[in-house]
Design a protein around this ligand. Structure first.
Ligand SMILES: Nc1nc2c(ncn2[C@@H]2O[C@H](COP(=O)(O)OP(=O)(O)OP(=O)(O)O)[C@@H](O)[C@H]2O)c(=O)[nH]1
Ligand SMILES: [Zn+2]
Length: 404
């Protein structure tokens, strides 16, 4: 996630360069202040996002929570956008000047800087909640807040919570992104599904938690069907069912998830169970392999990820690759263990990925297998799933061959 770092931040600040100086001094100082988690709350129009925020703000949590209403969820037609932080009935607004330069770079630098400068002025928060617009694609937002450790940012992305309107669930999934119809019917006439990629699909596919809200408006069998379809789209997310967004508890359910650093073996096991093909537009697949032995094994996996995510090319798959071009990866998580007990945690959103040191479950030699879960467009289609599996298998067989 370091491609944008050359672009100098050009945040327009009301008061000189306070934030820049503050950032510099935090970068240089040895003592680290605890980072503030940010949770992105997304969901289709009217799903219950504001209701959830109000519920969280009135619940007894003992946290100083800042709420940001996102104005930059849709990155078209941007000249200048504000972010507004409300807390205890006072509001503070920070303007982002996005007039020039690459919008995603500007938003990345400025979105984070704007929040940091607000914290400098208003005092720090314990938690930040960001409500996106109903049509926002969280895949564009997550990388803004998934900041490199090395940047010394004071905030970190804790997770993405997606609300689903149980009453209008099917309808929101059938509504294509914008006016564009994304055809997923790539396998010829026999495979026609009629399913399109919708904003609701994108929101569910990026979620760490899916809240199926408005449970009061549907029957129990309806709820079960909705849960199954959510699970088919995103095998990694946990699902909560609510009435008026009243989640059973906050901690660990929607707050403090650490969804962008922790990946447990249970998370991944869960995702690889129960393959359903209720939804073919977006699906979840699991790639497995043996624990690694050498550093070069990891390099090979790193190269595979770069090829797939950055070049859209599946290594070692020569057959009809051109026919398999309609896939896209939205989210990935994985655990990459070494036999000596070390482990790397894989996290990815869109083309950004990270293989970071993890804390092993094991104390000595590991018995855990390597496991990577991918969520993306058309991944569950049989030809594409098969191509991924064979590409992955050939990388893993090279790992083993080398050790002979
Ligand atoms: N019956 C019922 N109504 C609900 C429930 N949750 C929210 N609502 C109502 O649904 C409407 C939309 O809720 P909001 O919380 O404003 O939804 P939102 O996602 O913030 O909407 P936008 O910001 O417009 O996209 C409001 O009138 C809520 O009172 C629920 O569980 N059951
Ligand atoms: Zn709202």
């Amino acid at each position: 996630m370091d491609e944008d770092e050359d672009v100098p931040p050009s945040l327009v600040l009301a008061e000189g360069t306070d934030a820049a100086e503050a950032k510099l001094s935090t970068d240089l100082s040895e003592t680290k202040t605890p980072k503030v988690p940010i949770t992105i709350i997304t969901g289709y129009l009217g799903a219950g996002k504001t209701t959830l925020l109000n519920y969280i703000l009135t619940a007894h949590h003992g946290k100083r929570i800042a709420v940001i209403l996102n104005e930059f969820g849709n990155t078209s037609d941007i000249e200048a956008k504000s972010i507004t932080v409300s807390q205890n009935n006072t509001q503070a607004t920070e303007w982002l000047d996005l007039a020039n330069g690459c919008i995603c770079c500007s938003v990345k630098d400025q979105g984070v800087n704007a929040i940091e400068s607000l914290m400098d002025r208003e005092g720090s928060f314990d938690y930040i909640l960001l409500e996106t617009t109903g049509l926002a694609d969280p895949g564009n937002l997550a990388p803004i807040f998934w900041v490199d450790e090395g940047l010394g940012s004071t905030i970190y992305l804790d997770g993405i919570v997606t609300l689903v309107d149980a009453k209008n669930f099917e309808r929101s999934l059938d509504r294509p992104v914008g006016n564009e119809v994304v055809d997923v019917d790539a396998e010829g006439p026999g495979q026609h599904t009629g399913q399109h990629l919708s904003t609701a699909h994108l929101q569910i596919s990026h979620a760490d938690v899916v809240i199926v809200n408005k449970a009061d408006l549907v029957t129990i069998p309806d709820l079960d069907a909705i849960k199954s379809r959510v699970r088919a789209i995103n095998g990694l997310a946990t699902i909560e069912v609510t009435d008026h967004s009243r989640v059973p508890k906050l901690e660990g359910v929607i707050l403090d998830l650490h969804a962008y650093d922790h990946v447990t073996a249970e998370n991944l096991d869960f995702a690889s169970k129960g393959h359903s093909h209720l939804d073919t537009a977006i699906g979840t697949i699991t790639l497995t392999g043996a624990a690694l032995t050498h550093r070069t094994d990891l390099d090979r996996i790193d190269a595979w990820l770069r090829s797939v995510l950055w070049e859209h090319s599946l290594p070692e798959v020569l057959d009809s690759v051109d026919k398999l071009d309609n896939w896209e990866i939205f989210r990935m998580k994985g655990r990459v263990p070494f036999r000596d007990g070390r482990i790397k945690i894989l996290q990815g959103v869109r083309e950004i990925f990270e293989l970071a040191d993890g804390i092993s479950d094991q104390h000595a030699e590991t018995t855990e297998d390597l496991k990577v879960v991918l969520i993306g467009r058309n991944l569950a289609q049989s030809a594409i799933a098969a191509a991924f599996q064979s590409s992955w298998a050939s990388i893993c067989s090279q790992n083993i061959n080398q050790h002979k």
